[in-house]
Design a binder for this molecule. Structure first.
Ligand code: SAH
Ligand code: SF4
Ligand code: F3S
Length: 442
């Protein structure tokens, strides 16, 4: 292997936006040490899989990929394979047994060790760096960014919530907030360099607390909006138990903060929410939605649902369907429950809803939500919306794809517009997941 190839890396990213942001940090850390980002796997001497452990068969899902890497290693002598992110952090004992193709492992708090792991792996060692470090935020690292139009800015890492089904507290460790001024500085410099949309990231952004002066997420969002007045500001994820009126008023007061709130509810049944350790009831959830809608009338709310959690009855399931019909979420991420090793549910409850039942319930949830989303989409035909053009459409180079403030995807004929432009678009039609529009010429 040439020296040049030995020093080039390629990262495959799985999982949530936080993991995508971490891939940018890994990339910057390696480039600071003299490594170069390869444009494809074919050119790389180091391949990293930045992995997600949140749902079923997390390891099995990447196993096929290891077979491919095994073959690649035979053909490309000296190729190194590293697995980073949530899977190795969660299943450290198991990982090396999964495939002989793996040379090294690193977790979300140990990315600074990667250059040294790579060097030692080159010398023939097989090793892992998986200690938690509750002080690590990578705030001093200027991440590599994929797009000049939109950017993720993590505002916290880790999670202290311990929802019974969730592996994240075990893969990402204790919650820690980034320093207020460092976040705002990053936002200002992104805005100065022409970035049009910034998404603030955290597993539960509502529990953000400035380590220096204790300012909260409403303060941070307000300061972000003022630091980047020409840039759209988004944030995710909010937790229903912590979202409050102060935050909603901050969103309403600043036009560049998008009118979209992702507020995972998981289930429509109080007994499920209690077993899930979510810390709120459905009554409380409904009143928060009412509060949000009364303060921001054109707000879009999306959610996450888990079907078939432990002990879920048909009655619990019907309550979820009822909640979806009543609230009419803009969109939802819907999953069936799968036990994650080490979680509270895995240790204390039995995964007792049979798989066919889980899948049937999930399908009913998906069918209902699709109908609701389609209805909401159809109702927006004829309206004029502001769309941030993100990219050329996959279907045609004559069309652009972008999003509304409410996070709805819109495809429209270019009419001379470029990715990065904010465009007034009249909605002319809708499919189940996409709005179709036409540029409004003024
Ligand atoms: N911190 C965020 C994201 C957590 S993971 C939040 O609190 O919303 C994203 C979603 O994955 C969760 O909201 C949940 O709906 C789903 N999920 C997490 N663990 C799961 C499991 N064991 N089985 C099925 N879905 C799960
Ligand atoms: Fe998981 Fe709950 Fe934390 Fe979200 S808030 S990451 S679901 S433990
Ligand atoms: Fe994200 Fe998956 Fe880890 S959702 S936090 S990459 S387990």
């Amino acid at each position: 292997m040439t020296q040049q190839r030995a020093k080039s890396f390629y990262i495959h990213t799985f999982g949530c936006q936080m993991n995508q942001a971490d891939s940018g940090i890994i990339s910057a850390l390696l480039q600071n040490e003299g490594y170069a980002a390869a444009s494809s796997e074919d050119e790389a001497g180091i391949i990293l899989l930045n992995t997600c452990a949140v749902r079923e068969n997390a390891v099995e899902r990447i196993e096929n990929y290891f077979q491919h890497l095994q073959g690649l290693k035979k053909r490309r002598r000296g190729l190194l394979v590293g697995v980073t992110g949530c899977i190795p952090q969660h299943q450290r004992e198991k990982m090396f047994a999964v495939s002989t193709a793996i040379d090294f492992l690193a977790g979300p708090d140990t990315y600074r060790a990667l250059p040294s792991l790579i060097e030692q792996a080159r010398a023939g060692a097989r090793l892992a760096a998986l200690d938690f470090n509750a002080a690590e935020t990578y705030e001093d690292i200027d991440p590599q960014r994929e797009s000049s139009i939109s950017a993720f800015v993590p505002v916290m890492r880790g999670c202290d919530n311990m929802c019974a089904f969730c592996v994240v507290p075990f893969t990402r460790g204790r919650e820690r907030s980034h320093a207020f001024n460092s976040v705002i500085g990053e936002i200002r410099s992104l805005a100065d360099s022409g970035c049009r949309e910034i998404t603030l990231l955290g597993q539960n952004v509502n529990s953000y607390s400035d380590p220096e002066e204790g300012r909260d997420f409403a303060d941070l969002l307000t300061a972000a909006s003022l630091a980047a007045p020409g840039t759209r500001i988004r944030f995710t994820t909010s937790h229903p138990k912590d979202i409050n009126e102060r935050l909603i008023r901050a969103i309403a007061a600043h036009p560049n903060i998008c009118n979209h709130i992702h507020l995972p509810v998981q289930s429509g049944s109080d007994s499920m929410l209690a077993l899930m350790n979510r810390g709120h009831t459905i009554g409380e959830y409904r009143s928060k939605i009412e509060m949000i809608r009364s303060i921001i009338p054109d707000v879009a709310v999306s959610t996450d649902i888990i079907a078939g959690f432990c002990r879920e009855t048909e009655d619990d399931h019907r309550k979820t369907l009822q909640l979806l019909s009543d609230i009419r979420f803009d969109s939802a991420f819907m999953f069936f429950y799968s036990t994650r090793p080490g979680t509270l549910a895995e240790r204390t409850l039995s995964d007792d809803v049979p798989e066919p039942v889980k899948k049937r319930r999930l399908q009913e949830i998906i069918d209902l939500q699709n109908e609701i989303s389609a209805g909401l989409f159809q109702a927006s035909v004829g309206k004029v919306v502001e769309v941030l053009a993100e990219s050329v459409s996959r279907r045609s180079s004559e069309q652009l794809m972008g999003r509304t403030s409410a996070n709805r995807v819109v495809v429209f004929d270019r009419s001379g517009r470029e990715p990065g432009d904010l465009v007034e678009v009249e909605i002319t039609g809708a499919t189940s997941a996409t709005l179709i529009g036409q540029v409004v010429h003024r």
